[in-house]
Design a protein around this ligand. Structure first.
Ligand SMILES: [Zn+2]
Length: 220
């Protein structure tokens, strides 16, 4: 059984929090995790990746898996975060292309697509495949385009549940048999390190191997 670890909503405005999460993971010996990067966070010009060279060099130095996590991560007309909700193939393909063109400017090639809030229309999934990614993650699926194989996740453990140990125990119990996704968000950077340590120790003791999306998608 594998547990895919990711830091979500990675963009320059959360640099300090992301580095703290990174330090916690590295501190516990976690070697593989994915940075889910938003290249044009909330459509704010000064947060575009190409306008933040020091943040870009931080990401490059990390040498970790990088996923495209939406273009702006914002569905402007609904004031929500589900950017690819109900989106047509054409509109999704355009947003993915625009996101990738920002990445190209800073010479980073994302390996896959992680839908904001795990919400993506069918058109978005087709557009992600057309963009040449190794994988896409949405709903309860991690789909490997390379291997034409899907893995099902029935539980995503988010950092904010760690404050309730009994919930974590039952979530891990329910997850058993399926692939687990562990999602840390910038707000989780205030978590007590002991809680994270307990979670990771518990997950590994249940036989899960920690990995990133790309390694998972390419594994045999
Ligand atoms: Zn997100």
């Amino acid at each position: 059984m594998q547990a895919v670890v990711a830091i979500h909503d990675v963009n320059p405005v959360y640099e300090d929090r992301i580095k703290r999460l990174r330090d916690m993971l590295v501190g516990f010996g976690v070697k593989k995790y994915t940075y889910c990067v938003v290249p044009f966070f909330h459509g704010v010009e000064k947060l575009r990746l190409d306008k933040n060279p020091s943040f870009v060099s931080f990401l490059k130095k990390e040498k970790k898996d990088i996923a495209l996590h939406g273009y702006t991560h914002l569905k402007v007309n609904h004031f929500s975060e589900e950017e690819f909700f109900r989106m047509s193939y054409q509109a999704a393909a355009k947003r993915i292309k625009d996101g990738l063109s920002i990445f190209r400017k800073v010479k980073i090639k994302p390996s896959g697509f992680v839908a904001p809030v795990w919400v993506a229309s069918q058109g978005t999934v087709l557009a992600a495949e057309g963009a040449g990614f190794n994988y896409a993650t949405w709903g309860n699926k991690i789909f490997s385009f390379k291997r034409q194989r899907e893995a099902i996740t029935n539980v995503v453990i988010r950092g904010n549940v760690l404050t309730i140990p009994s919930t974590v125990m039952s979530l891990i119990e329910i997850a058993k048999g399926d692939t687990l996704q562990l999602a840390f968000h910038p707000t989780d950077s205030i978590l007590k390190v002991e809680l994270l340590e307990e979670l990771l120790t518990l997950i590994e003791s249940k036989g899960y191997k920690l990995t990133d999306y790309n390694s998972f998608a390419l594994s045999k």
